[in-house]
Design a protein around this ligand. Structure first.
Ligand code: AHR
Length: 488
């Protein structure tokens, strides 16, 4: 028996603009994310542009990846950027504490910027507070952005980059409560002030400066209270990883439980927004979720894991959550782009395949730059107990809707979370002309543990989909659909 649900799209109730940056990514020097996943070197038989593999570039362009955060993660607070510039054969090989590997420094700032230009994505650089100095970070900004006769501007030119890299997004450390220096919030506030004080003035273009927050109840409040210096910060970042059961061999309870774990994202954003509202005066600070995704306990060395259709369905729900919070969340970055954790892409030498999660990001492009609108959902639910002991009433339908700025087109994403039943969704378009045409795409699989692999790269993939009428949609079990209705 199909399940029944109703979705009411309130085109007259705008929630904010869905910045493309909500669909961002994260690439750390960890395992095979950078080396293999992005950088293969100029001499590689794998098609590349000056060492950067072209299949990765093309795939990221395909989903209009809006930004990539780099070089970490924990790696960032033990990274010294000057090791990664200049002639590659002269760059020092270093020990980076965090991921147990020697760092050859073949992929540094200029390679990262070149990669971003090829993908047409914005660079987001994470600085080193834990083991770095304000001078070192200020010099990094100068190297990237300043045009003039200074040492670092000239160095950039000498290394083949006459124009500035113009990097806008910079975070002042990563997880500074942990791998980024094990600071207390008050100590980090002091460091933040000391570092940030030297950054803005170095850059001829305005910077977006990001402070490191946390999801524990009191870190953000203690940090913000101690900082009390709003001209130095534009966004506060938080991270959320989740897991439930085995990566592929999970029970039905675990299947639903993973959605419940991912609902922490909504709690984290709400709590962070509350702290900002209570403490920050005179300036709206954005929230950045600059690491998120599923981290399976089976993740192996290099944090490689199998990424299934279940993971992709859960990611769709997180993107719906981000759409709803678009007035407060300014950026989000899935961890991590290639070969690591909930990646979009796997590589194995010249072999290359996309994960089901890639296809979710492909479908959700339709929302980029639109106005999010209130979307009311009336759907059957299941109860799942989250790892904090809370019972979560989990609607079997996740949805979000948006309208283009000119009001001529819309996007509606629907996920039927049921493992077994299709769902007939009645869609009410309130406050807009009923659509004349509707284009649709669907991602589904016959099992929640279905995943792609080198031998079967397209086992789970999105396809065009016929929708009978705009008002009633039958979504298959475990299906994610995007509808793009248009008034034309
Ligand atoms: O993404 C893997 C690691 O998770 C990052 O390096 C760190 O920031 C987080 O703890």
């Amino acid at each position: 028996m199909p399940l029944k649900a109703r979705v009411s799209i309130r085109a007259d109730q705008k929630l904010g603009t869905i910045s493309p940056h909500l669909y961002g990514h994260f690439a750390e020097h960890l395992g095979r994310c950078i080396y293999d996943g992005i950088w293969v070197g100029e001499d590689s038989a794998i098609p590349n542009d000056g060492g950067i593999r072209l299949d990765t570039v093309e795939a990221l362009r395909g989903i209009k990846a809006p930004n990539v955060r780099w070089p970490g993660g924990c790696f960032a607070d033990d990274y010294h950027w000057e090791d990664g510039i200049g002639p590659r054969e002269e760059r020092p090989r270093r020990m980076n504490l965090w991921w147990g590997k020697e760092e050859p420094n073949h992929f540094g700032t200029d390679e990262f910027i070149r990669f971003c230009r090829l993908v047409e994505t914005e660079p987001y650089i994470c600085m080193n507070v834990g083991s770095g100095t304000p001078f070192e970070q200020k010099s990094w900004v100068e190297y990237c952005n300043y045009v003039g006769e200074t040492h670092y501007a000239q160095l950039r030119e000498a290394f083949g980059n006459p124009g500035p890299h113009n990097v806008t997004w910079w975070s002042v450390g990563n997880e500074n409560w942990g791998c980024g220096g094990r600071f207390q919030p008050e100590e980090y506030a002091k460091e933040y002030r000391r570092f940030a004080c030297y950054l803005r003035r170095t850059s001829p273009i305005p910077l977006q400066l990001v402070g490191c927050g946390h999801t524990t109840p009191d870190w953000n409040r203690r940090f913000l209270t101690a900082l009390n210096c709003w001209d130095l910060m534009d966004h506060l970042s938080i991270h959320r990883y989740y897991s439930r059961g085995h990566q592929t061999d999970f029970t039905d309870d675990d299947y639903y439980g993973l959605y419940a774990e991912a609902s922490f994202v909504d709690d984290d954003i709400r709590r962070t927004a509350g702290a900002l509202d209570d403490i920050v005066r005179d300036k709206p600070l954005g929230i950045i979720l600059d690491e998120w995704g599923v981290w399976h306990p089976q993740a192996q060395e290099g944090l490689e894991q199998i990424n299934t259709h279940r993971d992709a369905l859960v990611a769709a729900g997180v993107l719906d959550t981000l759409n709803r919070w678009c007035a407060r969340v300014t950026m989000a970055n899935l961890a991590q782009t290639i070969n690591v954790l909930q990646c979009l892409i796997h590589t194995d030498g010249e072999r290359f395949w996309k994960t089901p999660t890639y296809h979710v990001f492909d479908l959700y492009q339709a929302h980029m730059g639109h106005h999010a609108v209130e979307t009311l959902i009336d759907a059957p639910a299941v109860t799942s107990t989250r790892s904090d002991g809370r019972d979560i009433d989990l609607p079997l339908l996740s949805a979000s809707a948006s309208i283009s700025p000119d009001g001529q087109s819309a996007a509606l994403t629907l996920t039927n979370r049921s493992l077994a039943e299709p769902m007939i969704v009645k869609v009410d378009w309130v406050g807009m002309e009923p659509p004349k045409t509707i284009a649709a795409r669907l991602l589904t699989a016959d099992s929640p543990s279905a995943h792609n692999a080198a031998e079967e790269p397209e086992k789970v993939t999105a396809r065009e989909w016929e929708v009978g009428e705009a008002g009633v949609v039958e979504v298959p079990a475990m299906g994610v659909v995007v509808l793009e209705p248009s008034a034309k």
